[in-house]
Design a protein around this ligand. Structure first.
Ligand code: PLP
Length: 394
């Protein structure tokens, strides 16, 4: 689709399908497609990511989702998967083999950390974790066998940033592939490919679909890289269902509107919390107090819908606050219509040991607040009443 079009227009038009005159997308549920002749069958079978052959290889509804996210991120190609972890695992399996080395951040989504800490080493893949706020740490970690640098910025749940332009410049000089998780920012707020990143992934489960009713993932980049991931993908089998792809397409139509609201709301909450006497610290890149606020302004156009904070009363106060709040629900996931809040240490206790959580900087009392589409005044009033109970603990 024409790259001069604005994001809002791409979100609405980039999936246009010349073969489908229906104005709203059709859900293609069929597992396989018939060929009129042996030649047609061979033609279908020889395609990469064919829309109409066999569902594990591709699907027309999935292709619509891929076209929109590729256009939104400014990428040549995309591959949708059954989950964000499906996208990450399949990408890792494609480019990293036994004896290779990966540089990753200490602060990343718990599932990604668990994949890199517990599963990758079983296949002879060595991983070095670095402080993402220190570009020199990436450089020091690079070895002759480093094949990939994995980034997540802002990171979940600490909202720490990686200087993408600096790290990707470094990676290029060493011929290393860069892979960035853009789930928290979304292409509305940041386009990692413009900063030199090679591959970008999303948990489509989050803001991309936006309604807490889809489980899916996606990876975007050059056609050459995505075609290689597709080859692994057809065998790894992390396939998005057509209905989930369809719901994600529907959600994408409003992505920019939802993110603009969530950016505004999260900023208002962060501004409120940072001055509250019961609050020890607030992590949000939109705060002037954020240690990387200048970098945030350089590489982001908005600061996202997720913040995290700690109370002076620690874990006990955090639990009291979560229980006292009436609007946000105590739940995993983020980027939906209802605000969620959770203690990441509790959420990830099945994936990471206490030591690993500590290394990732996830304190027991840390609360992650992912804003939904409620009005910020209502959420602030709710926080005010909740903190009036927990404030006494601090
Ligand atoms: N990346 C981030 C930043 C996430 O928050 C999550 C899930 O919470 C994932 C990746 C994994 O996505 P999924 O749950 O769709 O596999």
């Amino acid at each position: 689709m024409d790259s001069y079009l604005a994001l809002e227009t791409l979100l609405t038009h980039a999936d246009a399908d010349a073969d489908d005159p229906a104005v709203a997308p059709t859900i293609h549920q069929s597992v396989n497609y018939s060929a009129a002749s042996a030649e047609d069958f061979d033609a279908l079978n020889s395609d990469v990511n064919p829309a109409r052959y066999y569902r594990r290889y591709g699907n027309p509804t999935q292709a619509r989702l891929e076209r929109i996210v590729a256009a939104a991120e400014g990428a040549e190609a995309a591959l949708a998967t059954a989950s964000g972890m499906g996208a990450t695992t399949t990408t890792l399996l494609t480019f990293v083999s036994q004896g290779d080395h990966v540089v990753a951040q200490r602060s990343m989504y718990g599932g990604t950390l668990s994949l890199l800490r517990d599963i990758a080493p079983r296949f002879g893949i060595e991983v070095t974790f670095v402080d993402q706020t220190d570009t020199a740490a990436f450089e020091q970690a690079i070895k002759p066998n480093t094949k990939m640098i994995m980034l997540e910025t802002p990171s979940n749940p600490l909202l720490q940033l990686t200087d993408m332009a600096a790290v990707t410049a470094l990676a290029r000089t060493h011929g290393i592939l860069t892979f960035a998780d853009n789930t928290i920012a979304t292409p509305v707020n940041q386009k990692p490919l413009d900063q030199g990143v090679d591959l970008v992934m999303h948990s489509v489960t989050k803001a991309i679909s936006g309604h807490a009713d889809v489980q899916a993932g996606i990876v975007v980049g050059s056609k050459e890289l995505i075609d290689r991931i597709w080859k692994t993908h057809t065998m790894a089998g992390s396939i998005v269902s057509p209905f989930d792809a369809w719901l994600a397409v529907r959600g994408l139509r409003t992505l920019s509107m939802r993110m603009e609201r969530q950016n505004r709301c999260a900023q208002a909450l962060a501004d409120y919390l940072v001055t509250h006497p019961a609050v020890r610290s607030v992590n949000y890149p939109g705060l002037t107090e954020h240690p990387q606020h200048d970098l945030a302004k350089r590489q982001m156009s908005g600061f996202g819908g997720v913040l995290s904070f700690e109370l002076s009363g620690g874990e006990t106060a955090a639990e009291q606050l979560i229980s006292a709040l009436r609007l946000p629900v105590r739940a995993s996931s983020l980027g939906g219509t209802r605000s969620t809040l959770v203690r990441p240490a509790a959420m990830w206790s099945n994936e990471l040991t206490e030591e690993q959580l500590e290394e990732a900087g996830v304190a027991g009392g840390l609360i992650r607040f992912a804003v939904g589409l409620e009005h910020e005044d209502d959420l602030i009033n709710d926080l005010r009443q909740g903190l009036s109970v927990t404030g006494a603990v601090g």
